[in-house]
Design a binder for this molecule. Structure first.
Ligand SMILES: Cc1cc2nc3c(=O)[nH]c(=O)nc-3n(C[C@H](O)[C@H](O)[C@H](O)COP(=O)(O)O)c2cc1C
Length: 320
């Protein structure tokens, strides 16, 4: 998710769940090829497994960018065919690619020929007023025949390319989970991952009866501790989930290490992703207030995290 799932968010998420697959922000292939590769691709090995999501519609560029991503250590390359933003439409990629199946096939083939790791695609169930199930069925069906792609991450609503902001495009077009379930029934050999409006462990478990996986976006950002039970619930892990106190200690150490790396590294770069961590606990507001206080953040001292934690710790009873 743009501006959200950067390396600092993903490092935090990985401390909460060992097995959940993490996705980068969408990066345009051209930026990867022509820009500062470290800026766009560098990540912390501790985040793995992590997928690099690319945007673009030039097979040659996407192949080069995928190759660069593989060299940096990503475990999967994902092609974005779901972003509706006007800027992205102008560049003729993102969701409008759902009308260009042959071009998407060329892109996926070029990418897959360039790398050993899996190349996957994330898309919608249609664009604008394409309301029939056949739209997404034919998109997935054609790609499954014309490319080696076997994993499809489906945001279960249309993208309306005119008249809605990107934010509205995540809320207004109705969710049609049954379309995604039908995809799994029609293409049982493909890995079908459902996405859109899924927030609780109960909801995840219910979807897993119909599809192979669930992608959670906004809830995993605003309430990261929702991921705390996932290893046990969905990956069969018997390890105890991380405690709040241990997590805070790890994030304090990580942020302190990051600040010391120089090059303008600032505490606000990491802690902005921590604001939702205490969701539902007493003094969660105090935690957020301290970690977003500009004058306190200016000191660039990781111990601010411990200071904010003390406010939460004294107001709650933790059993683990
Ligand atoms: C701030 C923000 C940025 C996003 N950026 C991307 C992106 O870069 N690539 C992408 O495929 N989806 C992006 N999305 C969409 C989410 O991945 C997801 O498909 C959508 O929010 C619906 O899932 P959710 O209800 O679990 O959040 C973004 C969503 C948000 C809120």
């Amino acid at each position: 998710m743009l501006d959200w799932t950067d390396t600092h968010y993903r490092y935090m998420a990985r401390q909460i769940t060992r097995h959940t697959w993490l996705y980068s922000e969408m990066t345009h292939a051209g930026a990867v090829i022509h820009g500062d590769k470290n800026r766009f691709l560098k990540f912390n090995e501790a985040e793995q497994p992590v997928a690099l999501q690319l945007g673009g519609s030039e097979p040659t560029d996407l192949a080069l960018a995928a190759k660069a991503g593989e060299a940096y250590g990503y475990n999967e390359i994902n092609l974005n065919c779901g972003c509706p933003s006007p800027r992205v439409q102008k560049g003729a990629f993102g969701a409008c690619l759902m009308n260009e199946t042959a071009l998407v096939a060329d892109c996926l083939n070029a990418m897959q020929n360039a790398v050993q790791i899996p190349v996957t695609v994330k898309h919608r169930i249609g664009i604008d007023r394409q309301n029939e199930y056949a739209v997404v069925r034919d998109f997935v069906g054609a790609l499954s025949v014309q490319t080696a792609c076997t994993t499809f991450i489906v945001h279960a609503r249309n993208a309306w390319l005119n008249g809605l902001s990107p934010k509205e495009n995540r809320e207004v077009p109705p969710l049609k989970y049954d379309y995604v379930y039908r995809l799994k029934r029609d293409f049982p050999n493909l890995e079908i991952i459902i996405n859109g409006g899924i927030a609780t462990n109960e909801e995840i478990a219910a979807h897993l009866k119909h599809v192979d996986g669930v992608m959670v976006g906004r809830e995993a950002y605003h309430n990261p501790m929702v991921m705390r039970g996932w290893d046990r619930l969905f990956y069969g892990s018997s390890e105890a989930p991380v405690s709040y106190a241990d997590l805070v200690e790890k994030l304090f150490r990580y942020s302190s290490w990051y600040i010391q790396s120089g090059n303008g590294a600032a505490l606000r770069h990491t802690v902005r992703h921590y604001l939702g961590l205490m969701h539902g606990l007493n003094n969660a507001r105090m935690w957020r207030r301290i970690l977003s206080d500009v004058s306190l953040l200016k000191n660039n001292n990781g111990s601010l995290i411990l200071e904010a934690w003390r406010e939460v710790a004294k107001a709650n009873v933790f059993l683990d």
